[in-house]
Design a binder for this molecule. Structure first.
Ligand SMILES: *Cc1c(COP(=O)(O)O)cnc(C)c1O
Length: 384
């Protein structure tokens, strides 16, 4: 059923502008690369002005190509409504801002994406919002950190870099019992393999720059939730602040989404094979991939997720930064860079940062022949 949604949900079926009949129809989605919409008379303009959330007035608000992605994502996540943003970070920032006022308190997973932590902890401090970073794998620690002012629990499961898993169902139930809103970043599993709204989470956020776009050629982000929450975000964070997706950005994302259900199982299978290889390798101290049977997170992960993606990390036994950097430089198929979720294999060594544990290496397993990648990996590990 999800496969049909990926291909067709939100499709724009009639396009009167070009006079297509019901017999002939372009198969690709129309790209409405327009900044504004005009009206036959002032009365129609007035009507649109009075209800900008639901009308086509100006592309800083709504645009049909953008709405296609929103409807497709909402259908996949089982949410009433979605809003597409110019980036994942914009969707995250708008969702967080929509939940808090001066004096409020945020509980943020210490494993969350860097910029989600920055918005909650550093940026919002200027406006009198406080944050506590908490290990969200530990339900008791989360409950103990709740204060009378806590309005939001921000989660990301699996978490960035080490891919630890949080119990989204238990955490959302806990939050609900205190009247606290929950946001979960679902970028890793994608809407195909995990649906946090169904586990009780209030707002789901995605970076569409990863698997939804899927071809490393577009940046975008999405927030999904109830009609009420998304309309509030539309009116109070999206329209006034203006992190607007370009229609062509949206067009690329809807095109990428049509093949998500074909690409993702390949990434998943290939990642499992790489994990098998790494688990048996003498230079490797730890493998982080929650959907692998040897992962300590496997049981919880399999309860919440239907599969995994191509992103994994592992720790090598040495902590010698120079040695790790020299080895990573020797990759010939994995390309060195940030981000993930495209067709290509990538490596990001934690040793690229000046501080922190240099022994962690993150891999994105792309759509190349897995055997080639394993040989590349084996050659590089032999240098350590
Ligand atoms: C990349 C990423 C983001 C940020 O998305 P952008 O589209 O780069 O702004 C947020 N969360 C996770 C888990 C990510 O991997």
């Amino acid at each position: 059923m999800n496969n049909d949604k990926l291909i067709h949900a939100g499709d724009i079926l009639t396009d009167d502008t070009f006079g297509f009949s019901n017999i002939e129809r372009p198969v690709a989605a129309p790209l409405y690369q327009t900044s504004l919409f005009t009206f036959p008379d002032v009365a129609a303009l007035q009507q649109a002005l009075q209800n900008e959330t639901a009308s086509h007035l100006y592309s800083r608000g709504n645009n049909p190509t953008v709405e296609l992605v929103e409807q497709r994502t909402a259908a996949l996540e089982g949410g009433e409504q979605a809003k597409l943003f110019s980036s994942g970070v914009a969707a995250i920032a708008a969702s967080i801002l929509s939940c808090v006022e001066q004096g409020d308190h945020i509980l943020c997973s210490s494993d969350a994406y860097t910029w989600a932590r920055y918005i909650s902890g550093t940026y919002l401090k200027r406006f009198g919002v406080t944050v506590t970073y908490v290990n969200a794998e530990d339900l008791e620690a989360v409950e103990q950190a709740i204060t009378k002012k806590t309005r939001l629990i921000y989660l990301e499961s699996p978490g960035t870099l080490t891919l630890h898993v949080q119990n989204l169902r238990a955490l959302s139930a806990l939050a609900k019992s205190y009247g606290i809103t929950t946001i979960a970043d679902n970028t890793w599993a994608t809407p195909l393999y995990q649906n946090p709204l169904g586990l009780g989470i209030d707002i789901v956020v995605h970076s569409a720059s990863k698997y939804l776009g899927g071809h490393s050629d577009v940046i975008g982000g999405i927030a999904i939730g109830s009609k009420e929450r998304i309309e509030k975000i539309f009116k109070t964070e999206f329209l006034p602040i203006g992190h607007v997706p370009d229609p062509f950005q949206a067009w690329l994302i809807q095109r990428g989404m049509r093949t998500l259900h074909v690409r993702l199982p390949y990434h998943y299978q290939a990642a499992l094979e790489v994990c098998d290889f790494l688990h048996d390798h003498s230079k490797v101290a730890q493998v982080n991939y929650p959907m692998h049977p040897k992962s300590p997170w496997f049981s919880l992960a399999s309860e919440q997720m239907r599969g995994g993606c191509g992103l994994l990390s592992f720790r090598v036994k040495t902590t010698n930064r120079e040695k790790i950097v020299t080895a990573v430089d020797a990759f010939s198929h994995f390309r060195i860079g940030v981000s993930w979720g495209g067709y290509e294999s990538l490596v990001y060594p934690a040793a690229a940062a000046v501080d922190g544990d240099p022994s962690i290496i993150r891999l994105h397993i792309g759509l190349e022949a897995t055997q080639t990648l394993l040989e590349d990996l084996d050659r590089v590990l032999s240098l350590l």
